[in-house]
Ligand binder design. Structure first.
Ligand code: DQA
Length: 148
């Protein structure tokens, strides 16, 4: 089985960017911890980050051929704007979990709407880097329960 972890725009700056909101960990550290966590369950992890909406759409599209069973995605600012990434996720019909480091609902009103939450299996938000850990834990459980 394979999980695809997608990070949207500006998340390449994690650890340097608004650290009071997003924390001190770099994206590389988050990806390394994620790999360890997922591979310990005998599941493959593919990670991807892009600042470009089209590259994220392409990444979601290739997931079908790559036989990805579950996507964990932090669409970052595209959460609030991207019909294109939403449509790509609907097109490939791969279940996904939406993740946020912060809790967008306690922030500016424009962050309260997500183009993803109503079609996501689940949403994990507000736990900092641990949001990824909890989401991946749920993803692993879903896959493991399906296979057994
Ligand atoms: C974010 C929340 C978004 O509103 C914001 O644009 C981000 C990060 C989060 O992980 O908390 O870039 O997705």
């Amino acid at each position: 089985a394979k999980i695809l972890l997608i990070h949207g725009p500006n998340l390449n700056l994690l650890g340097q960017r608004e650290t009071d909101i997003y924390g001190d960990l770099s994206l590389e550290a988050i990806n390394m911890a994620a790999k360890k966590q997922v591979e310990a369950a005998d599941i493959e992890l593919q990670t991807f980050q892009s600042n470009s909406e089209s590259a994220i759409v392409d990444c979601v599209q290739q997931a079908k051929a790559a036989k990805v069973s579950l996507i964990v995605i932090n669409p970052a600012a595209y959460t609030h704007t991207s019909v294109a990434i939403r449509d790509a996720l609907l097109a490939v019909e791969i279940p996904f979990i939406e993740v946020h480091l912060s809790n967008p609902h306690r922030r500016e009103p424009f962050r309260h709407h997500s183009y993803f939450s109503d079609i996501a299996e689940a949403v994990v938000a507000g736990f900092g880097a641990d949001s990824y850990r909890y989401a991946l834990d749920a993803a692993i459980n879903t896959i493991t329960n399906k296979e057994s």
